[in-house]
Design a protein around this ligand. Structure first.
Ligand code: 2YC
Length: 296
């Protein structure tokens, strides 16, 4: 998992209105709309109406390599932009979690060096950033492509985000190929998909051939300069959750309006939307009761 730097994120919260306009031009939907699509929420207006009453806390975490200056503030800025009642706790770590719960936060977001998670304490559920980010970028590709059912889609990069991207693509009935510069990782992912979903995906022979023969691409590598201008034509659409951006500047220029890439916004919008589904579907975490009335 690529660790973000302050430089990666420092301007994000000040450019969200401009970014929303780009997203609408590329996908027809705003950041909230893409998050809703990632969570399977059809009624974006209802989500927008509910957001101000949903309190979310972002807790800075000092463990491991420590705090990334601006990270919690950027996550919070994205949540506020989406309409949520969001704040960064004054304390970090355990004290920050206690402050969040005492303040009535229904969703608590925090990241250490290994995971970035949204917690729904009352429901005893969590939302993982890698899985939500994959869902968000696949939803964006779906919107750019006008649907993915039956269409060939390439996932390049078979790490956590690539893996969950395959899941989202299969749910949208895409015909998935995977490739990784380490061929064994692609083969392992194909084996996992066969076991987990009883679905068959293709393992492409090599990145360059795969990129030259696919028009719909999820770029989920942690490398830069994976997709070059020579791979891009008028029908190409790229959704690029990978950090750093895997497109060369020339490829990005050719793909303006037909590509998605950001270090945090789409992933955070997807996390928040998935968390809303959890807290709305289980308001007080009441588990369904068994037939004899016992709670499960
Ligand atoms: O400021 C803090 O609270 C730090 N503990 C945050 C560390 C985040 C480390 N993870 C990353 O930089 C990214 C995540 C946003 C998703 C994958 N890597």
């Amino acid at each position: 998992m690529t660790r973000l730097t302050t430089q990666d994120i420092q301007d994000i919260r000040y450019q969200l209105n401009r970014y929303d306009r780009y997203l609408v031009s590329a996908t027809g939907r705003s950041l909230l709309g893409i998050g809703a699509a990632a969570a399977g929420i059809g009624d974006v207006t209802r989500l927008r109406g509910a957001a101000p009453s949903i309190r979310m806390a972002v807790v800075p975490i000092r463990s491991g390599l420590g705090i990334i200056s601006g990270f919690a503030e950027t996550v919070c800025g994205i949540l506020v932009h989406l309409g949520f009642d969001a704040f960064v706790t004054g304390y970090s770590d355990v004290s920050g979690f206690a402050e969040a719960v005492d303040a009535g936060a229904q969703v608590i977001l925090a990241a250490d060096d290994d995971r970035f998670v949204a917690f729904c304490p009352r429901q005893g559920k969590t939302v993982d950033n890698s899985r939500a980010t994959a869902a968000g970028f696949v939803a964006g590709l779906d919107l750019m492509a006008g649907g993915l059912d039956g269409k060939d889609v390439l996932v390049i990069g078979c790490g956590p985000v690539g893996r969950w991207s395959v899941e989202s693509l299969l749910m949208r009935k895409a015909r998935v190929s995977v490739v990784d510069r380490v061929a064994q990782k692609a083969a392992d992912l194909a084996g996992w998909v066969q076991g987990a979903f009883h679905s068959t995906i293709r393992v492409a022979p090599d990145p360059d051939t795969a990129l030259s023969t696919h028009r719909l691409i999820v770029e989920a590598t942690n490398a830069a300069e994976v997709i070059h201008a020579r791979h891009v034509n008028a029908d190409t659409r790229v959704s690029a959750p990978g950090m750093p951006c895997g497109l060369t500047p020339h490829a990005r220029e050719k793909l303006t309006g037909r590509m998605l890439h950001d270090p945090l916004p789409i992933g955070v919008a997807a996390m928040a939307s998935q968390a809303v589904r959890i807290i709305r579907e289980q308001p007080m975490g009441l588990k369904s009761t068994a037939s004899d009335g016992r709670s499960e």
